[in-house]
Design a protein around this ligand. Structure first.
Ligand SMILES: *[C@@H]1O[C@H](CO)[C@@H](O)[C@H](O)[C@H]1NC(C)=O
Ligand SMILES: *[C@@H]1O[C@H](CO)[C@@H](O)[C@H](O)[C@H]1NC(C)=O
Ligand SMILES: *[C@@H]1O[C@H](CO)[C@@H](O)[C@H](O)[C@H]1NC(C)=O
Ligand SMILES: *[C@@H]1O[C@H](CO)[C@@H](O)[C@H](O)[C@H]1NC(C)=O
Length: 201
């Protein structure tokens, strides 16, 4: 089920990403950057499963929630203009973008965890996702340090209090749907970054 139609364009763009990297210039290989990037993969894999757990609802509930259109404007958008991927590709740009996105999802996940706790809904999937997002921000932070790039500092989002269980559920659905797209996006980038920073096999 496709809940947020604007995500389709992101998914189309993901296919484009597979083509990049093949033609981009290759910087000198940096083995430790290569291993840092490789160690992000299991965290993204766990996030896919946790995003599914976050929206464990009957199809009926899910369509009810999808119909109650809601947008969490503070959640960083996955870029979906081709201009975001102009050549020549610099390794630091996607890494700082992934850092920004991981940080944004981490903060929203912590908020969602509290919102769910407040409504006596299970908070474990949100807590697990928050843990893996935190690990990812650390790995991305280390990657930026390795590249001697500045670590972006964003102002924390202001998030609304959640006063009903229904709101907690629909925010769960929204965040987890977007999280899945973020993970797909990130994993494509990881593959491109591995091509750029890992020794040729
Ligand atoms: C994700 O869930 C599937 C099926 O539930 C399982 O087979 C797989 O091992 C899980 N992956 C991770 C990384 O937890
Ligand atoms: C990351 O976030 C910072 C702070 O909001 C911003 O200045 C920067 O342009 C962002 N970087 C990317 C690649 O989006
Ligand atoms: C980022 O990494 C540097 C050095 O590895 C460390 O000093 C700093 O505390 C880290 N920052 C965050 C937010 O993790
Ligand atoms: C959870 O409850 C506390 C205490 O009532 C409240 O201050 C907080 O804003 C609530 N959090 C969310 C996300 O609704």
């Amino acid at each position: 089920m496709r809940i947020f139609p604007d995500l389709t364009s992101c998914l189309v763009l993901l296919l484009l990403l597979d083509l990049i990297g093949l033609s981009s210039s290759r910087p000198a290989h940096t083995p430790s950057l290569c291993s840092l990037i490789g160690s992000m993969v299991p965290h993204f894999d766990r996030l896919i499963n946790l995003s599914k757990k976050l929206q464990e609802l009957s199809d009926e509930d899910l369509s009810l929630i999808a119909a109650a259109e809601h947008r969490l404007d503070s959640l960083l958008e996955i870029p979906h203009t081709a201009a975001a991927f102009t050549q020549p590709l610099k390794v630091n740009e996607p890494i700082s973008q992934l850092y920004n996105l991981s940080e944004s999802y981490k903060l929203h996940m912590d908020w969602l965890k509290t919102a769910r706790e407040n409504m006596s809904l299970s908070s474990q999937p949100a807590e697990g996702a928050s843990h893996h997002l935190l690990k990812l921000t650390h790995l991305l932070n280390s990657s930026l340090h390795q590249l001697q790039e500045e670590v972006p500092q964003a102002a924390p989002p202001s998030l609304p209090p959640v006063s009903t269980a229904f709101d907690a559920l629909r925010f769960s659905v929204e965040v987890s749907e977007k999280l899945r797209v973020f993970v797909l996006f990130a994993k494509r980038w990881i593959r491109v970054l591995q091509k750029l920073s890992c020794p040729r096999r």
